[in-house]
Design a protein. Structure first.
Length: 225
């Protein structure tokens, strides 16, 4: 059995992070299905915060307004090209982006992920997936503690623990510090980015085959020792 450790630096409002997660999930599922001995391998994924700070306001605002602000230097044709490309790639991994809803701070969402690190990897992965889906496809405000509580409970966390955690402000400083370090990392190229087994580094939304190749190298390296 091989334990493959993956660190993912991401932010929930990043569409490419959502696409990247789906591609990573696909690679893991395929590897465990087709690679000799892969079914017994364990993937340990740690989700790390990054603040894109799309919203300059201390409150939630319509996502469409911020899109207009951020893309104000692009022509309508350029915007259409960008959105079409993102939607096409999204659909290839069963993501259907919607532009409605509100956008606020992702700090509490990342704090919940920090809490989920104390649970099973399945719970942590489910939580990240549900928050990404809620924002990008269900047009929900993921800065709302009511919304976050609902999503966390659906992912398998205890409702009482989640409410107490969100109300307490616990780990806020820790998450802020992690996000700061990830932003100030030398050679920072944005998100998503992945570090596999502490050695192999991937930046952006690479195809699932790229992850597969790295998993195979790690597996083969173990077999040769």
């Amino acid at each position: 059995m091989t334990v493959i450790e993956i660190e993912v630096v991401f932010d929930f409002v990043c569409a490419w992070c959502y696409i990247g997660k789906r591609k990573l999930d696909k690679a893991i599922t395929l590897f465990q299905k087709v690679y000799p001995g892969g079914r017994s391998d364990v993937f340990s994924i740690k989700w790390l915060p990054y603040y894109l700070d799309y919203n300059p306001h201390p409150y939630s605002v319509p996502k469409s307004e911020l899109i207009d602000e951020r893309l104000s230097d692009m022509t309508s044709e350029q915007r259409m090209t960008l959105f079409n490309r993102m939607n096409q790639i999204g659909r290839s991994v069963n993501i259907y982006f919607k532009g409605g809803g509100m956008i606020g701070s992702t700090r509490d969402a990342h704090r919940l992920v920090y809490l989920s690190r104390t649970k099973s990897s399945e719970v942590q992965n489910a939580l990240v997936e549900k928050i990404l889906e809620a924002y990008h496809e269900l047009e929900k405000d993921i800065s709302s503690r009511e919304v976050l509580t609902e999503l966390a409970v659906d992912a398998g966390l205890d409702s009482g623990e989640v409410r107490a955690w969100l109300d307490s402000g616990l780990a806020a400083d820790v998450v802020d510090e992690e996000a700061r370090k990830n932003r100030e990392e030398e050679g920072n190229s944005g998100v998503p980015r992945y570090v596999i087994q502490g050695v192999h580094r991937i930046v952006g939304t690479e195809d699932s085959s790229v992850f597969m190749e790295i998993f195979a190298k790690i597996k083969e390296g173990e077999l040769q020792t």
